[in-house]
Design a binder for this molecule. Sequence first.
Ligand code: HXC
Length: 258
Amino acid sequence: MKYVKLSIQEPVAVVTIDRPDCLNALNSQVFREISATLQEVEANDQVRVVILTGAGDKAFAAGADIAQMVHENGKQGKELALLTHQAGDLLENIRQVTIAAVNGYALGGGCELALACDIRIASENAHFGLPEVGLGILPGGGGTQRLSRIIGVGRAKELIFTCDQVDAQEAYRIGLANHVVPQEELMDACMAMAKKIASKASFAVTMAKNAINVSMSADMKSGCSKEQDLLGLLFATQDKQEGMTAFLERRKPNFTEF
Ligand code: HXC
């Protein structure tokens, strides 16, 4: 891979967008490499959590590559949107939990990748924003759909219509960032959360992720029905037996299923 680096420290995979000269701007190849890397990671039974970050200390990703997009027509624009959505869908739906380690600017398509992750942890120098309408386009990598689900329709409309950036503290205040930490502590903080999540019953975590994702598009009745089905499925697992037996025997559980 030219622009995306994968480092596996079981049970965690770190995926790094590596184009620091242009603030990790996302061209078509970067999006393809992110998706290919996530597919590789999803097939790895030893990886339970994926951390997505950007190389350097200035940017997570400063958006889709404007130097590429300036030459593109409508058909190519739609193809780019498809590539960004493929990467976003993987971040949102792979069986592993995904954490965005937002180490600087997360703008446009970069912000949209962070929005597709399950959890966002920001360094103090992080800035989030969707500047697309200032370029004559719209947030076409899931931003018009995911931002409002995370921070509410009113705030999402304001940020998208004004192109205002929010800093890390404001992102935390409005629920866009789960935590804010000093930049030098960012990867340790993400790793600590990843290991905590990986210590739980991984198959149960994946099922909980599925059920929560369903809540974003289903009505209450069908969402609750899905939840009941998944609970029934989990009651039939070895890990449920192990987790509950370990509690009663006052020992740590030894979970095995994924
Ligand atoms: C291409 C980019 C880039 C981008 C930065 N660079 N962002 N190149 N695409 N999105 C390049 C610059 O051209 C410059 O290259 C180098 O990175 C450093 O950037 P500077 O602007 O010099 O840095 P600074 O002054 O610190 O400003 C940082 C910044 C600014 C505020 C992040 O770079 C910026 O506003 N970038 C664009 C952000 C943006 O509009 N993103 C949304 C794109 S639209 P040189 O060669 O001069 O050193 C989008 C659509 C998604 O994402 C939907 C698609 C389907």
